[in-house]
Design a protein around this ligand. Sequence first.
Ligand code: NDP
Length: 242
Amino acid sequence: MTTFASLEGKVALVTGGSRGIGRAIALELGRAGADVIVGYRTGREEAEAVATEVGGRAVEADVSDPGSARTLVESAGELDVLVNNAGLTRDGLLVRMSDEDWRSVIDTNLSSVFYTCRAAARGMMRKRAGAIVNISSIVGVHGNWGQTNYAASKAGIIGFTKSLARELGSRNVRANVVAPGYVTTQLTDVLPDEAKETMLSATPLGRLGDPEDVAGSVRFLCSDEARFVTGVVLHVDGGLGM
Ligand code: NDP
């Protein structure tokens, strides 16, 4: 029986795989047959539980640190798939935003993508095969009140990935972006109910997203079924951002 979007025989690294969207992606890639490496920073137990479920392994790394990010990629072996999902928010109005809140968001969400892609690209080019999926956000496309740092990091991912798609395309390495809308995770738990209601009422599909809603789209983009797809920004947002 053939399976749509099979990742049988492929090695996949998912950063921030301990919980939320990254966890759902790691489980989905595992179900698709990939050998999954689950990257995490602090959530060892959670990451190990995910790795056990998919028969993969968990590796600790702070992807905002260039050395740690490189070591993570190198320890994963010959990668076929790289999913950059790790991210955080440090929300606040621009006029009150500290240098630290700016830097930690840019370093964790954007510089990390540069570090891991740089470390993975050479091997993928050599193999003339590879799929990179970087997780951006609807906020990177439209902006959001109180999120100048986050929006800049997520918009940066889009420009970065499109450039990467152009650089690596001739070697059959693809790079795409998934831009989720509002997804219920620890990241969004902290938002006030009013903000959730506003988001919900602007979402044509009439509900907020689950991590699993994002995972299937990532699996597709990682698979050979998406072999002629590169440089796209796939909105997975229930129609919120159109
Ligand atoms: P969570 O806060 O639930 O999970 C974030 C993950 O990133 C955790 O596994 C965390 O690991 C990891 N992480 C954070 N910092 C680092 C770091 N420096 N090094 C390594 N890993 C790190 O968030 P979500 O699941 O909601 O978000 C996942 C991605 O999706 C993020 O990039 C986010 O911006 C994006 N996104 C989320 C949306 C949403 O509505 N939830 C909407 C649009 C985009 P640990 O706990 O071990 O530190």
